[in-house]
Write a protein that binds this ligand. Structure first.
Ligand code: SF4
Length: 274
């Protein structure tokens, strides 16, 4: 089996979700809307091009060049996306998403944080074969090489609205482990770069924490590849973002439980699930 971070995360969230998505490959029951990823994908794409191509010719990009290139990238991103601009939760127009990304990129490129994207490679794919012939693989957003040392810094770009929300530090441990097996080096630093906040948030790493993660991952891989049953482990967060929730009986159970509690506590006029 090929195991990347997202497959492993699905298993951790709920083995049933993992089974439906990655073993049975069932069609999802919730319509996808790429609107919520547009800003992050576009901004990420810009820095990917900057790190891998543009910086070699012109490390400093004038705002008008940034805009021109970003508009071109945006057309490609929109073509590859499915966006429902009328869906609940959609706050920005197509144009406003572009402007938001443009403002973030200009702020980063005019600040010291531009350094994170210099001496940096983007979208690095690493594959490791296990003794059981499974493959652990991952695509790392950025690997930065500080100019004065042989260290590496792993950076994962985030387009989230809130600092620290919906992030999983194990994503970085997953990539750090891949780097360790591939390059025999433990990253000197790893962290999330929040585009909207022009902020790098480091996550501590050392040999012990990496070993602990490695033990957890190898146990999970055993269960993922040898497991004969994949029980549902419903949880508010896991179910909220699950693309199978509309037809999942376990998710419904949570909904009923949450609803009945609210009805008991209240006056019976207001009831809602998650
Ligand atoms: S809706 Fe919840 S319980 Fe059902 S598969 Fe998804 S995460 Fe698991």
């Amino acid at each position: 089996m090929r195991i990347d971070y997202h497959k492993w995360r699905a298993f951790k969230d709920c083995p049933k979700k993992f089974h439906l998505q990655h073993i049975k490959k069932e069609p999802v029951t919730v319509p996808t809307n790429d609107y919520f990823k547009l800003y992050g994908v576009l901004t990420q794409r810009f820095f990917q091009m900057y790190c891998n191509i543009w910086r070699f010719k012109t490390p400093y990009l004038f705002p008008e060049i940034i805009r021109e290139r970003l508009e071109k990238l945006y057309r490609g991103v929109l073509l590859a996306s499915t966006v429902d601009w009328d869906a609940k939760g959609v706050k920005l127009t197509e144009e406003e998403v572009l402007e938001q990304s443009y403002a973030s990129i200009c702020a980063i490129m005019e600040s010291q944080n531009q350094n994170y994207f210099l001496n940096t490679k983007s979208e690095i794919t690493i594959e490791i074969k296990t003794r059981n012939n499974d493959v652990i693989n991952g695509r790392i957003d950025f690997i930065h090489h500080p100019p004065t040392s042989k260290d590496i810094i792993i950076i994962d770009g985030k387009g989230t609205e809130t600092l620290g929300k919906n992030i999983d530090k194990n994503q970085l441990f997953f990539y750090a482990l891949l780097c360790y097996f591939k390059y025999n080096i433990i990253p000197a630093q790893m962290g999330f770069f929040y585009y909207k906040f022009n902020t790098f948030a480091p996550i501590p790493i050392d040999v012990n924490s990496l070993n602990k993660f490695r033990a957890e991952l190898s146990l999970d891989i055993k269960s993922m590849t040898e497991g004969k049953n994949y029980p549902a482990t419903p949880g508010t967060k896991a179910c909220r973002y699950c693309l199978y929730k509309d037809k999942c009986s376990e998710a419904t159970k949570i909904k009923k439980k949450a609803t009945s509690k609210l009805e008991l506590d209240g006056d019976g006029l207001v009831s809602f699930g998650f």
